[in-house]
Design a protein around this ligand. Structure first.
Ligand SMILES: Cc1ncc(COP(=O)(O)O)c(C=O)c1O
Length: 358
C-alpha cells in the first residue's frame, strides 16, 4: 500500500509501524484469542497496557513521581471546563492568555462555572504573535495558556513566568514533541490525536497542587479527585485509544525519546521555514520569533493560487494542507510521526510550484 504524505492538523499521521501493530491486535491481542477492542478494561491484559502507557508517558516527559496521570475521554475541550470546575476555588478567578481559538474557548468554558479573565489578547493582530510580557494577577487561581496554537501556527518556546501562580497548559498540539519542564506546571492536558495517537483519549497530568485544589464531590465524571482515585477507570475508558497511545509512546522511546524527537522536529520545521523565507512568493502567518515547529502556516500571493496549490498538492499525494477556515491560506502540520521525507517532499513541491507560478 502506498501512503500519501499527511499534513493533517488532527487527527493526524501515525507511525506506520504503530498502525501495523494496531491492525494485528484487532483480531487477536497478544495471543489471547480475543481482539483488542473485545476485552474488558479490567482484564489483566488491558491493565498491563494501561500501566505501561502511564509509565511510558512518565519516562518520555520526565513527569515527577508525585504527579498523577489520567487518560480520559471528552477531548481537550472537556478539560477547558474540568480545569475551571476543579481548580478555581470559591471567590477566585483564573487568568488566560488568549493566543487563538483554543484559549478563547477555554476562557469561555471556564466562565460558565467560575470567574476568568483575559490577561493578554492577540486577536488584534490575528493571533500572529505571542506576548512578550504577561501581567499575571498574583492572586489568580492559575494562568492558563496554550503551548502551541494549532490554527495560527505560534508556539511558546518556554513556559510563561508567573511567580507563585500555578500554570495550566493545553499541550494538545505539541505534547511529547520536545523537552518540557513538567514540574513548572500545575496541570497539563492534551488531546492525543496529534502527537500521541487517535482521537478519543486525553492525557491529563496533575501536580500535587491540582490534587489538593480539586474539592471532590463534583459530578463524578468531572471530578479529578474521583478520577484519580479510580485510576481513570470510573467508567469504561477508550481501551483502543489507550493501547494506540501506549504504542506511539513505545515508538517515541525507540526513537530515543525527547532529545532526538526535538531535533527531528526542529529540522523539519527549519526546512519548511527556510523555503517560505527564500522568496517573497510565500508569506508566513506567524511572526518569526513565535513560529510553531508543529503547524506551519503560510500562503501564496493570492487565494486563487492557494486553491491551485491545494489541488496540485493533492494530485501529488501531499494531503491536509488547507489552512484552518479562520486563517485561510495553507498549513502544514508536521507532528512527531510526520517523516522528514514528507517535509522534504513538501519543500520540493513548493519549489516547483513557485517556479511555475511565481
Ligand atoms: C491546542 C488545541 N486545544 C484544544 C483542541 C480541542 O481538542 P479536542 O477536539 O480534543 O477537544 C485542539 C484541537 O485541535 C487544539 O489544537
Amino acid at each position: 500500500m502506498s501512503r500519501a504524505h499527511n499534513f493533517s492538523a488532527g487527527p493526524a499521521v501515525l507511525p506506520v509501524s504503530v498502525i501495523s501493530q494496531l491492525a494485528a491486535a484487532l483480531p487477536n491481542f497478544q495471543n489471547t484469542g480475543l481482539g483488542l477492542m473485545e476485552i474488558s478494561h479490567r482484564s489483566v491484559a488491558f491493565d498491563r497496557v494501561h500501566r505501561s502507557a502511564e509509565e511510558r508517558l512518565r519516562r518520555v516527559m520526565g513527569i515527577p513521581d508525585d504527579y498523577k496521570v489520567l487518560f480520559l475521554q471528552g477531548g481537550a475541550s472537556l478539560q477547558f471546563l474540568m480545569t475551571a470546575m476543579n481548580l478555581i476555588g470559591p471567590g477566585e478567578s483564573a487568568d488566560f492568555v488568549l493566543t487563538g481559538t483554543w484559549s478563547q474557548k477555554a476562557l469561555k468554558e471556564a466562565q460558565r462555572v467560575a470567574a476568568g479573565r483575559a490577561v493578554w489578547d492577540g486577536e488584534s493582530t490575528r493571533f500572529d504573535r505571542l506576548p512578550t510580557h504577561i501581567e499575571v494577577d498574583p492572586k489568580a487561581a492559575y494562568l492558563a495558556y496554550t503551548t502551541n496554537n494549532t490554527i495560527y501556527g505560534t508556539q511558546f518556546q518556554t513556559h510563561p513566568e508567573t511567580g507563585n501562580v500555578p500554570l495550566v497548559a493545553d499541550m494538545s498540539s505539541d505534547i511529547c514533541s520536545r523537552v518540557v519542564d513538567v514540574a513548572a506546571h500545575g496541570l497539563i492536558y492534551a488531546g492525543a490525536q496529534k502527537n500521541l495517537g487517535p482521537s478519543g483519549v486525553t492525557a491529563i497530568i496533575l501536580s500535587p497542587w491540582a490534587m489538593a485544589k480539586s474539592p471532590g464531590g463534583l459530578s463524578s465524571m468531572l471530578d479529578y479527585k474521583l478520577q484519580v482515585d479510580k485510576r481513570g477507570l470510573f467508567n469504561t475508558p477508550n481501551t483502543f485509544g489507550i493501547y494506540a497511545l501506549e504504542r506511539v509512546l513505545a515508538w517515541i522511546e525507540d526513537m530515543g525519546g525527547m532529545g532526538p524527537m526535538t531535533e527531528r522536529n526542529e529540522a523539519k520545521a527549519a526546512a519548511l521555514y527556510a523555503e517560505i523565507d527564500r522568496t517573497d512568493f510565500w508569506t508566513g502567518h506567524a511572526v518569526e520569533e513565535n513560529r510553531s515547529k508543529m503547524n506551519i502556516t503560510f500562503r501564496t500571493p493570492t487565494a486563487e493560487l492557494d486553491a491551485k496549490f491545494l489541488a496540485e498538492a493533492e494530485a501529488a499525494h501531499l494531503m491536509g494542507l488547507k489552512g484552518h477556515r479562520s486563517v485561510g491560506g495553507l498549513r502544514a502540520s508536521i507532528y512527531n510521526a510526520c517523516e522528514p521525507e514528507s517535509a522534504r517532499a513538501l519543500v520540493d513541491f513548493m519549489r516547483t510550484f513557485e517556479t511555475s507560478y511565481g
